[in-house]
Ligand binder design. Structure first.
Ligand code: FES
Length: 110
């Protein structure tokens, strides 16, 4: 009987789990001075406390999302997406100006 209960719980978890979706970390892009040849891990999940870069929070908050690592070819200033809704990650494409981002109210504790 106990085995059936355990199996039932496992099946419910398996079928109720949804893929992680990024949360809106900010309603604006982040300006970042980058160096050529250095690897930067852009936070794709929105949970990092070191926006716009990854702090490892995805490992517990959104385990099926991973940072997008990129390596600039020259020293320059970039505007990296903070809303995590861009279609041109890791760069801001202006999506943060849309109403679904600007009207977003974060849950307490996120
Ligand atoms: S901050 Fe995400 S598109 Fe501009």
């Amino acid at each position: 009987m106990r085995l059936l209960q355990t199996l039932s719980v496992d099946l419910r978890r398996a079928y109720s789990s949804k893929p992680s979706v990024p949360i809106i970390a900010a309603k604006h892009p982040f300006k970042l001075e980058v160096k050529a040849g250095k690897v930067y891990p852009w936070c794709a999940c929105g949970h990092s406390k070191k926006q716009p870069l990854c702090d490892g929070s995805h490992r517990t908050a959104a385990p099926d999302l991973a940072p997008l690592r990129f390596t600039p070819t020259e020293d320059k200033t970039l505007w990296l997406c903070g809303c995590k809704q861009t279609k041109k990650a890791p760069y801001c494409d202006g999506t943060h100006k849309q109403s679904h981002v600007q009207s977003f109210v974060p849950e307490s504790g996120t």
